[in-house]
Design a protein around this ligand. Structure first.
Ligand SMILES: Nc1ncnc2c1ncn2[C@@H]1O[C@H](COP(=O)(O)OP(=O)(O)OP(=O)(O)O)[C@@H](O)[C@H]1O
Ligand SMILES: [Mg+2]
Length: 158
């Protein structure tokens, strides 16, 4: 899984990660059974598996949105398990970009404003936010849809 890299450590390092839902017997349901994964800077990695196999579960852990039941997870050398809420917020805002299976767009808010939102949290001034969001929408051919709300967009546009 890992390519050669001249930096010392992988960017994303999972060791023996397990995830159990319905924690507590008799309904315990272990979804991840001890995942070891190393992703190095510059790598492009796809996680593939059948429906219900645990891809979203592991992505939620990698994205610092959920915690593993067991094992360890280091992101850029930071132990996510031990990170403070403040550190986790910074990680989510600056280190991780996430396109969810269920888009999580804000309804009754334009595509433009939805794209601006993470920049707002990052403290980017209004004019720069707006310009950057326009640029990004243009990149994906959505300049003409900037004012549309999520329910006025196609699945792919969302
Ligand atoms: N909150 C939960 N509580 C209990 N079981 C859950 C929960 N979330 C997911 N599961 C179960 O965990 C398994 C893995 O779910 P997950 O969403 O990670 O699958 P997936 O690989 O992303 O599937 P898909 O390709 O359909 O999106 C599924 O069998 C699901 O039923
Ligand atoms: Mg999924």
């Amino acid at each position: 899984m890992s390519l050669q890299s001249n930096t010392g450590a992988p960017l994303i390092a999972l060791r023996g990660v397990t995830k159990t839902y319905f924690a507590g017997r008799p309904n315990e349901l272990e979804i991840l059974h001890g995942i070891d994964l190393a992703v190095w800077p510059g790598e492009f990695v796809a996680i593939v598996g059948e429906s219900g196999s645990g891809k979203s579960t592991i992505m939620n852990i990698i994205g610092a949105l959920d915690r593993p039941t067991g094992g360890s997870y280091l992101l850029g050398g930071v132990d996510v398990e031990r990170a403070s809420d403040r550190q986790l917020s910074a990680i989510r805002n600056r280190k991780i970009g996430f396109v969810f299976q269920t888009f999580n767009l804000i309804g009754r808010t334009s595509a433009q404003k939805n794209v601006e939102l993470p920049l707002l949290y990052a403290g980017v001034p209004a004019r720069q936010r707006s310009a950057r969001a326009r640029e990004l929408l243009e990149l994906v051919g959505m300049s003409e849809r900037a004012k549309h709300q999520p329910n006025e967009l196609s699945g792919g546009q969302k």
